[in-house]
Design a binder for this molecule. Structure first.
Ligand SMILES: NC(=O)c1ccc[n+]([C@@H]2O[C@H](COP(=O)([O-])OP(=O)(O)OC[C@H]3O[C@@H](n4cnc5c(N)ncnc54)[C@H](OP(=O)(O)O)[C@@H]3O)[C@@H](O)[C@H]2O)c1
Length: 251
């Protein structure tokens, strides 16, 4: 059945919803790594993707996916900039977003050891990893409310688990993902009445620029696993901390 949301036409990005068979997925940080792979896998199965990145002209691999592909819209978005977020939301216009994947993130300095922490650097990482995901979600609510799936996913890390922390260190990255976990838990509660499901996803230790060359899995394996979780996500599982293989990670 086609509902009111299916009739929404995006003035800015020009897509018309045709029914329940495909999803419109918004993904941040798609020029490389896990975000790029998410984009490729959603497109490969026929979904529409609004893929965002900081520098569209330099996003070679992403622009290659765009070749001959009507279902991909690439838009500029720097989640550290309020101005960029405002402009992005303006360009999105009235488009309905079914699934939002907040993937963009930074590790911060490699030497995040006690005695070497810089407050300014820490606050930059918090802004990108913890604050922007909530601010962007707030700004996107009109688009998300029009979506049929109402699924909100946030890429976190096992390093943000307090229960799993036996190694210490990595103050900046760990705390940024712990804060994100807390934000998403509250979102899952606050938006439940409107039919939203919100969860945090640990992608595994993945071979990307961030994961480095010793990582254990490739982006294909990681994203395939997370897509299964996203497909089956429902309100009963909302507020969970998932590993990419579907298992649950302690907070
Ligand atoms: N790889 C792993 O082993 C691993 C493990 C646990 C969690 N994660 C999480 O998974 C997510 C993706 O990681 P990845 O491994 O794919 O990392 P990556 O290869 O370093 O890619 C990070 C992506 O985030 C984007 N980004 C960074 N700052 C941004 C900003 N201010 N605005 C918009 N985009 C920004 C980058 O864009 P630019 O190219 O413009 O910098 C890039 O597209 C991150 O949230 C990360 O914390 C990764």
């Amino acid at each position: 059945m086609i509902g009111a949301a299916d009739l929404v036409v995006s003035r800015s990005i020009g897509w018309q919803r045709t029914g329940d068979e495909m999803a419109t997925v918004l993904i941040t940080g798609t020029n490389r790594g896990i975000g790029l792979e998410f984009t490729a896998q959603f497109l490969a199965r026929g979904d529409r993707v609004v893929a965002t990145c900081r520098d569209v002209a330099a996003a070679e691999a992403l622009n290659q996916l765009k070749n001959g592909q009507d279902n991909l819209e690439v838009l500029q978005l720097d989640v550290a900039s309020t101005e960029s977020m405002n402009e992005f939301v303006r360009q999105l216009g009235g488009a309905a977003i079914d699934i939002f994947i907040n993937n963009a993130g930074v590790y911060g300095p490699a030497n995040g050891k006690f005695g070497e922490i810089d407050a300014q650097v820490w606050s930059t990482v918090l802004r990108i990893n913890s604050i922007a995901p909530l601010i962007l979600s707030q700004m996107l609510m009109p688009n998300l409310r029009l979506g049929k799936d109402k699924k909100l996913l946030y890429l976190t890390s096992k390093m943000g688990s307090i229960g799993d922390n036996s190694g210490g260190g990595s103050y900046i990255y760990r705390s940024s993902k712990t804060a994100l976990n807390s934000v998403v838990k509250s979102l899952s509660i606050d938006l439940a009445a409107e039919g939203f499901s919100a969860a945090v996803l640990h992608p595994g230790w993945v071979l990307t620029d961030m994961g480095g060359p010793n990582a254990l899995i490739d982006t294909n394996t990681s994203v395939k696993g997370m897509m299964k979780i996203i497909d089956s996500l429902n309100q009963a599982q909302s507020g969970s901390f998932f590993n990419y293989d579907g298992s649950i990670i302690p907070w």
